[in-house]
Design a protein around this ligand. Sequence first.
Ligand code: AMP
Ligand code: MG
Length: 399
Amino acid sequence: MSLVTPAQAETLIEQHLTCLPIESLPLTQSAGAVLRENIYAERDQPPFDRVAMDGIAIASACVPAGARHLRVTGTQAAGDPPQQLADPGTCIEIMTGAMLPRGCDAVVPVEQLQRDGDLVQFDKPVQPWQNVHRRGSDCRQGALLLAAGTRLSAPEVAIAAGAGMARLRVSAQPMIVVISTGNELVEPGEVIEPHQVRRSNAYGITASLRQHGFARVADDHVRDDEAELTERLGFHLRTHDVLILSGGVSMGKLDLVPRVLEKLGVGLVFHHVAQRPGKPMWFGVSQAGPAVFALPGNPVSTLVCLARYVLPALRAAMGQAPSAPPRIALTAPVEVRAPLAFYMPVKLKHDDWSRTSAEPCPTNGSGDFTSLAGTDGFIELPPGPNNYPKGFVARFYRW
Ligand code: AMP
Ligand code: MG
């Protein structure tokens, strides 16, 4: 059995992935998508000298020292075209968001004014450009606002709208199918016999994909039967971009998945990774394009391999700029016995100085997924044998 290391597996997956096509989405549907074009400022921002307070607009140089009395000659709201100050001894009533009237260079807020009919009085000295958000002070027309590869969350969607973009060119969502395998598996809600097992992995995988913004996720279940596997996997290879399988990749007589995939023309890239849990993981790419992640069926292995390899690969295929997982320190020692990278589920802890550390939450092996309740993810420890002390820093992967 030839093993690759987790780092090699990651590189091999990256080398075999193709970028997903581009689609154009209306802004309202773009949250969570990955941008595939640069967005530039449509105009200076702000696009004009913008009034930043409700009050009066004045010409600061013409206001006499001491008590200030001015006559209000007009009112200008946000969205109104700019008025012209008639005479330096007058002022224009003004609203936040309005363009600064011509001939004015400062705004005195309404809170500092005493008003008597069309006369206003104020005492505080006035500085030129006070309470004015100057044209172009945030950015200049043509400035790069958002780069291709940015994942769009609320501020980025607002920025794109501010740049006048009604639709955005983003990565098309991959068509993913999650396929569980195994004769022993029974759907939640159906009657179960003592010798049978709930089909939990497909639900865990689908939940993770949805949580990470992948919306086009189909689901199937196939028995450990070569003819049925060949027919169903052949169909999914023709209709999806990514296949995520669980189970059937170990050394047992009924672990038929690798053989069937290779028979269907899916080229093996690696089988077996020097890691625990998740050693039997299989990855290949079909000549026609789809990538196939065949994950071991033990529920902890499935979720670990999903977060460690599949989610980052999907993000890369969407064109998202890569980001290394954070490094976090252990709150307690962890012993790693085998010469395999070891994934330890953890809960994140935050102290009063906002330092984050990882509390180990051991499981009873790769079948024990009940221990994962309340964990945030896992850290990757280097191969043993070794006893990694409290404070040891390792990469953290979120579920
Ligand atoms: P396999 O990788 O097919 O040998 O499965 C390893 C273990 O994981 C067996 O105990 C299976 O019953 C269990 N298993 C496989 N697939 C699932 C699944 N979808 N949900 C829950 N357990 C599973
Ligand atoms: Mg099985």
